[in-house]
Design a protein around this ligand. Structure first.
Ligand SMILES: C[C@H](N)C(=O)N[C@@H](Cc1c[nH]cn1)C(=O)O
Ligand SMILES: [Zn+2]
Ligand SMILES: [Zn+2]
Length: 479
């Protein structure tokens, strides 16, 4: 069928199937595939099986690849399998490798959700539920786009390969090894021409973007132990060196009130800002005041200057303090001295910071501060890290995605970077040796990881059309 006719037919098919797309997302959201909590590991495994079946239903050949075990507190825990698949092997067609993740961040209604997080609910044309935008909606978008071609009786314009994991929110354990030591030697990437990931968001709420950079992440667990058990503060207070005081001391040495990281030499290897790069930020559509209002922040740092905010979100490192395990976080006046506390913080790392180098700087700094503290308690710090990634956005692959975006949204997409991390992206770039592109489905106010995560119905449905148009545009690229 001629292109002018085929895509409009696909779009019509998509519009006719909106309810079934919502229903499938509801099914996926109902599986609480929280990867960071071993309590939910069975659900992550169930999620991988669910996805394998869905891929089979669209005609893909699939397998579940075992990636071994994870050690938590000395216990070996089975990692969820990675869903690997392929659809089509026509040597005349381009092949796209699509990656996505099926695991989610934890969520409880009591965190402040308006409805049950694992029950997809529609309110005001928005689909609320954990994983709706990160990343179950986008992953299902690929299935629906494939189905739409089938639905109008058309062949897919490309061959597809799939990698769907269930540990992305927890450092993608085991995935790099699967890619580099198994799939690559087996020839999985030999026919891959392009890699596409839909696991980030537009910068704002109206303008689409295509993303060519991600920050990496270096995540730390800082443990201080003063006793083998929690202690009554009335009985033991004044007679022990408290672990919590030591931890707060250490955590308070990491970053100043304006967000400047205080770790010695941490900025040393950050890629210098070039004049040519500086200019890129001027043209990006980003309204700091709307951004501030959307999160109800009192004031933004960097004097609220657009370019500065974007640079500090995309190309400079930031350090966040996340929480303390073992602390009395529940409501009520608990009078306990915790025996052991684990402070959690992370640094979003950027080109040209390497995780090993950052980890060493952090460890050295913490050990120095610990020596200065002079506490007799036991202190231990561990880390898990993923690298930053950037790509060439002038590549024909990006031009194809821009054409698809213009067709769906009738506007020129911004070329953006992303402050978040998808640890496997750079590994996919290295394993395939091909151009990698991030094609976001959701909007900038979707609140991934937060309370009331949502995906706009419009973003979901137009996103499915965008994926279908992207497959078509990549299909036209010379082989
Ligand atoms: C951008 C992506 N959707 C995402 O949310 N990634 C996580 C990855 C991560 C790594 N360690 C823990 N989570 C993120 O950026 O936080
Ligand atoms: Zn996430
Ligand atoms: Zn994600």
């Amino acid at each position: 069928m001629a292109a002018e006719k085929m895509l409009p037919q696909i779009f019509k098919f998509v519009d006719q199937n909106v309810e079934s797309y919502k229903a499938l997302l509801k099914e996926a959201v109902a599986i609480p595939s929280v990867s960071c909590d071993p309590k939910y590991r069975k659900e992550c495994i169930r999620m991988a099986h669910w996805m394998q079946n869905k891929l089979k239903e669209v005609g893909a050949s699939t397998e579940l690849r075992d990636v071994g075990f994870q050690t938590i507190d000395g216990n070996e825990i089975q990692l969820p399998p990675v869903v690997v698949g392929s659809l089509g092997n026509d040597p005349k067609k381009n092949t796209i490798c699509v990656y996505g993740h099926l695991d989610v961040q934890p969520a409880l209604k009591s965190d402040g959700w308006e409805s049950e997080p694992f029950e997809l609910v529609e309110r005001d044309n928005k689909l609320y539920g954990r994983g709706a935008t990160d990343d179950k909606g986008p992953v299902l978008g690929w299935l629906h786009a494939i189905n739409a071609y089938k639905g109008i009786g058309e062949e897919l314009p490309v061959n597809l390969k799939f990698i769907f994991e269930c540990m992305e929110e927890s450092g993608s354990e085991g995935l790099d090894e699967l890619l580099m030591e198994k799939l690559k030697p087996e020839g999985f990437f030999d026919t891959v021409d392009y890699v596409c990931i839909s696991d980030n968001y537009w910068l704002g709420t109206t303008k689409p973007c295509i993303t060519y950079g991600l920050r990496g992440i270096s995540y730390y667990f800082l443990e201080v132990e003063c006793a083998k058990m929690d202690l009554h503060s009335g009985v033991y207070g004044g007679t022990v060196h408290e672990a919590m005081s030591d931890l707060i001391y250490l955590m308070n040495t990491l970053v100043d009130k304006d967000g400047k990281i205080l770790i010695t030499d941490i900025y040393k290897s950050v890629a210098p800002l070039l004049e040519s790069e500086k200019k890129l930020y001027n043209s990006i559509d980003f309204d700091p005041e709307a951004y501030r209002k959307s999160i109800e922040a009192h004031k933004l740092p960097h004097n609220g200057v657009k370019e500065e905010l974007l640079m500090h979100r995309w190309r400079f490192p930031s350090l966040s303090l996340h929480g303390i395990e073992g602390a009395a976080f529940q409501p009520g006046a608990k009078t306990v001295i915790p025996g052991k506390v684990i402070g959690k913080f992370s640094i979003r790392i950027v080109p040209n910071q390497e995780p090993e180098e950052v980890e060493k700087l952090v460890f050295d700094y913490i050990h120095k501060k610990w020596a200065e503290r002079g506490s007799p308690n036991k202190m231990r710090i561990t880390a898990q890290s993923g690298r930053a990634w950037t790509e060439n956005p002038d590549h024909p692959h990006y031009q194809a995605a821009a054409r698809a975006t213009r067709l769906i949204y009738q506007t020129e997409p911004d070329m953006s970077r992303e402050g978040g991390s998808i640890p496997v992206t750079i590994t996919l770039q290295e394993a395939s040796g091909r151009n990698v592109l991030l094609l976001p489905m959701g909007a900038g106010d979707d609140m991934a990881h937060s309370q009331n995560e949502k995906l706009n119905v419009r973003n979901y449905i137009e996103g499915i059309k965008l994926f279908a148009a992207y497959l078509y545009e990549v299909g036209k690229l010379p082989k």
